[in-house]
Write a protein that binds this ligand. Structure first.
Ligand SMILES: NC(=O)C1=CN([C@@H]2O[C@H](COP(=O)(O)OP(=O)(O)OC[C@H]3O[C@@H](n4cnc5c(N)ncnc54)[C@H](O)[C@@H]3O)[C@@H](O)[C@H]2O)[C@@H](O)CC1
Ligand SMILES: [K+]
Length: 528
């Protein structure tokens, strides 16, 4: 499901209106009626309720006037307030304001703070408030009387249904600058925007409903510019289905895991088992010689290779040849490798000559921190996927974790485009950035997964699918989706605190079965 910017939304509106010929009034009518449909679904026995509609002076307000008219048809008391001066209402909004007038509806103008204070008590007697003050047209943080209005509404305890965007949020950013409506429900039009998907803004949107107002999906899919999309179950099902049964699954399933060091054998084990549980045909773990017998004892399913090591039990550059000579379709390198100087030289050496697609994680990424980052580049035919957590991303970018977290989309997209590789930026709502700048946002997973080893599992899951699909973007998105989904299934049984990385291995199968199952009941809201 595409996530649009305000500009892309306006462009989709424009194409629909000017090229396709659906009048903007029809879009506004659809918008208003879809919001009412959502209200009726979420707030029963509407007929006995009083619903206050607060309308701004732009088209968001226009939606509000349509909503008021539609609610009036359901014999609901609907006091309408224009927030701003009536004279400034223009165009489609003006048209719908005049229609309301002809129906005899009372519209009260609230042009300043005094008027607000005067009418707020009447509004607070209502059961529900429709926020149609600002939508995607908001250009900067609220000022003037608006912060007071938003603050009073947020403090009133009244449920608010936000039209398109909770007023005060800027559609294109996940940040909350100044006061913003805390909505019980946000009914956004045609497609979600960044503010609905990424925290902290996402947290004030309440339940998100994406309303179809008549803008064809094809128009949205065709908008230019690197796009952002939500990883949905529907899209993941298509990735999972064998496009051509003979062409993959098993033929390319040889995964080489280069991981582990003295005291960190578990990371290698978790990555290897995750690859096996993701359908990899053959998994080999290449690990320092003194760690090899320990790993060999941990599981019969994968093979092991002992690598030249230093006194600390970490790989050295002498191990490069051994890794490059081992047949594999995909390599996953990094979990538990350690951070000694020999490790960095080893990682650089492998990267310079590797001939197969590679997933880099953890210590393999730390080897490229700062000035070494320029060595990290994808080459045609040898896709590179990196799976940094915010701290590792910061080291690769030569910046701070706070900077990365302040604008995760920019951090992931910048590095992916500059180094022509795939970035899986982990964290709440993990992002998957492709070299051409597209961003996919994952909605599965939970805080219980912030526990040791879950990153090693993700590396193995991505490598396991990568070896079968040989499509870096598909494997990254599917891996992140299934990893989080397994975590959600595990949490449902075990709770957040008890959840361990090994539990993810146990639930990966269920996650795949659930994904490939035909859904009978309505799925989660990111279903399609
Ligand atoms: N264009 C279309 O065909 C459709 C638009 N729709 C609605 O139109 C909305 C966008 O409408 P508009 O672009 O008119 O803008 P809004 O209605 O979101 O904002 C109203 C006006 O507030 C002013 N404004 C911006 N920032 C401000 C600030 N910080 N303080 C005070 N005033 C500020 C701007 O002049 C803006 O025009 C969407 O969110 C959606 O609700 C829907 O009806 C669907 C169809
Ligand atoms: K709004």
């Amino acid at each position: 499901m595409r996530v649009l910017t305000a500009a892309q939304m306006r462009e989709a509106d424009r194409i629909t209106i000017e090229e396709l010929g659906i009048p903007s009034l029809v879009l506004m009518e659809n918008a208003g009626r879809q919001v009412v449909a959502a209200i009726e679904a979420l707030f029963p026995n509407l007929e006995s309720r009083r619903v206050a509609v607060l309308a701004g002076r732009g088209n968001n307000g226009g939606d509000g006037f349509v909503i008021a008219r539609t609610l009036l048809e359901r014999v609901v008391e609907v006091p309408v307030f224009v927030i701003g001066s009536l004279s400034e209402v223009r165009g489609d909004a003006r048209h719908n304001l005049e229609v309301l007038g002809r129906l005899g509806a009372s519209v009260v103008e609230i042009a300043d703070e005094q008027a607000w204070e005067l009418h707020f008590s009447e509004i607070s007697q209502c059961d529900l408030v429709v926020d149609a003050i600002f939508g995607t047209g908001l250009r900067q943080a609220l000022d003037g009387m608006y912060p007071t209005i938003v603050g009073d509404l947020n403090g009133s305890g009244l449920p608010v249904v936000a039209v398109d965007v909770p007023s005060g949020l800027l559609a294109d950013t996940h940040e909350v600058q100044g006061e913003a409506i805390r909505a019980a429900v946000t009914v956004t039009l045609a497609a979600p925007k960044i503010c609905h998907i990424l925290p902290p803004a996402q947290r004030v949107c309440g339940e998100l409903v994406v309303a179809d107002i008549g803008i064809p999906e094809a128009i949205i899919e065709r908008l230019d510019g690197p796009y952002v999309e939500v990883i949905t179950r529907g899209v993941m099902r298509s990735v999972l289905e064998p496009r051509d049964p003979e062409a993959h699954k098993g033929e390319f399933g040889r995964v080489l895991i280069v991981a582990g060091s003295m005291g960190k054998s578990g990371a290698a084990h978790l990555a290897a088992m995750a690859a096996l549980r993701s359908g990899a045909g053959l998994v080999t773990v290449a690990t320092p010689r003194s760690v090899q017998p320990i790993l060999a004892a941990m599981a019969p399913e994968y093979m092991t290779i002992g690598l030249p090591e230093d006194a600390d039990g970490q790989v050295t550059p002498d191990a490069i040849e051994r890794v490059l000579d081992t047949a594999s379709d995909v390599i996953a390198m990094g979990p538990g490798l350690g951070t000694g100087p020999g490790v960095r030289a080893f990682v650089h050496g492998v990267m310079e000559r590797v001939g197969v697609p590679i997933v880099l994680d953890a210590d393999a990424l730390n080897a490229f921190a700062g000035e070494h980052a320029r060595l990290l580049a994808g080459r045609d035919g040898h896709d590179v996927i990196i799976t940094p957590h915010p701290g590792e991303m910061a080291r690769l970018l030569g910046t701070t974790t706070e900077d990365v977290q302040r604008d995760r989309v920019a951090a992931a997209r910048t590095f992916a485009e500059k180094h022509q590789l795939h970035v899986v930026l982990k964290g709440h709502r993990t992002l998957v950035a492709a070299p051409e700048g597209t961003i996919a946002i994952n909605m599965t997973g939970n805080p219980g997964m912030a526990t040791g080893g879950t990153g090693d599992v993700l590396t193995g899951v991505i490598a396991g699918w990568f070896g079968q699909l040989l499509d870096a973007e598909g494997a990254s998105r599917l891996g992140v989706y299934l990893h989080g989904h397994a975590g959600d299934l595990a949490m449902a049984d075990l709770g957040e605190a008890a959840l361990t990385a090994s539990d993810l291995l146990t639930y990966l199968g269920d996650a795949v079965l659930e994904l490939s199952a035909e859904r009978t009941s309505k799925g989660d809201d990111h279903d399609e």
